[in-house]
Write a protein that binds this ligand. Structure first.
Ligand SMILES: Nc1ncnc2c1ncn2[C@@H]1O[C@H](COP(=O)(O)OP(=O)(O)OP(=O)(O)O)[C@@H](O)[C@H]1O
Length: 212
């Protein structure tokens, strides 16, 4: 079964079409990185595949089912398309614990401290996320995304705000995720990052009969 199949997708905002006859396949256990200039519709496509935006016509399936509407979907899929929401007064570690608990993991055994260490956040584990820098917040989002069990990551510009070392680390972790059977759909402006992750690069234009 494919992780993601998009056929003849049309979507936009009001009367403005953004996605026009878009077709895309992400095979299970593989990664696709969509590239293209600002405003070409990458985030819109990721929002549609995440079930966060209504489509006008066409068909999207994620592991054979409709995106977004079921607990099964949200158990299988992690998406960072929406900006993160932080719970007031909960520390970085407590956010990780909360996500682990929600997904049936014992926080004591989920490797939270190792994950925070891997993302350079060990010293910030007891800070509340709003007090972190923008790059540290992005590291926390990705650390938590990779900590909980999932089958598909939908990541919008995961390299954003990361320093060079952080980009290399995250690309390596995404490669590991796919080596372990996970699937990846992401948008990026960094071809080197995408190549390092092992995702296949495709332009937005190539997915569509008419883009923009
Ligand atoms: N909430 C919205 N309401 C109206 N128009 C929107 C909305 N979000 C995006 N758009 C428009 O849809 C088009 C595609 O935007 P989208 O964010 O999908 O592009 P993108 O390829 O992800 O861009 P970037 O590389 O800048 O992240 C743009 O022209 C944008 O102005």
């Amino acid at each position: 079964m494919e992780a993601v199949e998009v056929e003849g997708l049309h979507a936009g905002y009001g009367a403005t079409p953004v996605l026009v006859d878009v077709n895309l396949t992400v095979p299970a256990g593989e990664g696709v990185c969509v590239v293209g200039e600002n405003g070409v519709g990458k985030s819109t496509l990721l929002r549609c595949v995440s079930g966060l935006q209504e489509i006008e016509s066409g068909r999207i399936t994620v592991f054979g089912g409709d995106p977004g509407a079921t607990p099964e979907f949200w158990r299988a899929v992690v998406t960072t398309v929406e900006p993160p929401t932080w719970y007031p007064g909960l520390t970085a570690r407590e956010h990780a614990e909360l996500v682990c608990r929600a997904h049936g993991q014992d926080p004591a055994e989920a490797g939270i401290d190792e994950a925070l260490e891997r993302f350079g956040l060990a010293k910030h584990a007891d800070a509340i996320p709003p007090s972190l820098s923008s790059g540290q917040k992005q590291r926390l989002v990705l650390a938590i995304a990779l900590l909980r069990p999932s089958s598909l990551l939908i990541l919008d510009e995961p390299e954003q705000r990361l320093d060079r070392e952080g980009r290399a680390d995250v690309a390596g972790l995404l490669a590991d995720y796919m080596a372990g059977g996970g699937s990846l759909l992401m948008a990026s402006h960094d071809d080197d990052f995408a190549i390092a992750s092992g995702a296949a690069i495709t332009t937005m234009e190539s997915l569509s009969a008419v883009a923009g």
